[in-house]
Design a protein around this ligand. Structure first.
Ligand SMILES: [Zn+2]
Length: 356
């Protein structure tokens, strides 16, 4: 950011967005000020604190361009309206937005800040973050990018990517410390050993024009022993494998039970009203209950693809049987309990393949 501003490439300026205002202050104090203090000749002389910066929004002037440090929480709500407003996202123009820890930001906040680049010829978006859940936030953004991974070249000629070969790439020395070894010959591969020793390689180079994505992990850090990462992976501290994936390996992690999200379900919904009958062949599931039997009927639309065409509460097995006929159900699954006798009778008379 600083470089582009000092060189005058970003004439309007740059916005660096953090999830909350606390992080704005934290960044300003712990990262920004030391950066300037330690680089007085190169950067420090270009930076000036500006009036208009408050405790919650920080404003710096770099040469003639502004650096806006802002929080992404828009807390002001008007009445019951879901529309939230904030002075933070209004009244300034930038060439570049950096979203830091995007998984903790609302999508509409990101959109509001992106709107601040309307007058820029550059309109650069940068997203940073530790991944949290799969197909969410930074993980989803990375999947839309050209997906670059760090490959290390061995003297045997083979290229190894620690992030892709983990855990096999971690080799243990006799003293118990670890290192990243070549996939082919096992020789130790540092993260960087000079020109030509390693490089970013895109999985999808055809997407580079749209977006470049870089995947990093602690396996790339010379300060972290890979043996410790392997140990945490095999025996997660406090049983928390999610944190090992997210913080050490830089990968998103979703436990099986929370993998299905409301947004995923809604994304798969159409506006079609429920069909009152269907020529089938359909499949049916029946969740047998005391008040009603929750019934769901669907059709296979492709390999591993299904479409739900009817969900309803059926009063008893007779109604379930009628539904099955109307939708040409060829097979179904129903609870055997707690009404075992009725379930077996239904199975016998359903007229299609019924699993209990
Ligand atoms: Zn090798």
């Amino acid at each position: 950011d600083m470089h582009g501003m000092i060189k005058g490439r970003y004439k309007l300026g740059v916005a660096h967005i953090f999830p909350t205002n606390d992080e704005v202050g934290e960044f300003s104090k712990s990262r920004f000020k030391p950066l300037i203090a330690n680089n007085k000749t190169f950067i420090g002389k270009y930076v000036k604190d500006q009036k208009g910066g408050t405790d919650t929004t920080s404003l710096k002037k770099v040469c003639s361009a502004f650096l806006y440090l802002r929080g992404a929480r828009l807390s002001q709500k008007i009445g019951d309206s879901a529309e939230s407003t904030s002075s933070k996202t209004a009244g300034f123009s930038v060439d570049k937005c950096v979203f830091d820890e995007v998984d903790y930001m609302d999508v509409d906040v990101i959109e509001k800040y992106k709107g601040r680049m309307g007058e820029s010829p550059h309109k650069r978006e940068v997203y940073l973050g530790n991944p949290s859940h799969e197909d969410f936030g930074i993980d989803l953004i990375f999947k839309q990018s050209d997906q670059r991974y760090w490959f290390r070249r061995c003297s045997c000629g083979h290229w190894t990517c620690a992030e892709k070969s983990f855990p096999e790439c971690v080799k243990i020395r006799s003293d118990g410390t670890g290192y990243i070894g070549c996939d082919k010959c096992g020789k130790e591969l540092p993260m960087w050993a000079g020109e030509g020793s390693a490089e970013w390689v895109a999985d999808f180079p055809e997407k580079t024009k749209f977006m470049s994505g870089y995947m990093g992990s602690q396996l790339m850090s010379p300060r972290v022993d890979p043996a410790e990462i392997l140990e945490d992976y095999v025996n997660p501290p406090f049983g928390n494998l999610a944190d090992v994936y997210r913080l050490r390996l830089g990968r998103a992690y979703s436990a099986r039970e929370d993998k299905l999200r409301i947004t995923d379900v809604l994304a798969n919904c159409g506006n079609d009203s429920q069909a009152t009958k269907h020529s089938g062949p359909c499949a049916m599931g029946v969740d047998v209950g005391k008040e009603y039997h929750a019934t769901i009927i669907g059709i296979k639309t492709g390999r591993e693809r299904y479409e739900i065409i009817k969900t309803c509460k059926a009063k008893g097995f007779q109604e379930v049987t009628d539904l099955a006929r109307r939708y040409n159900v060829k097979s179904d699954v129903a609870d055997i309990g707690p009404y075992y006798e009725a379930a077996r009778k239904y199975q016998k008379n359903s007229g299609h393949k019924t699993f209990l």
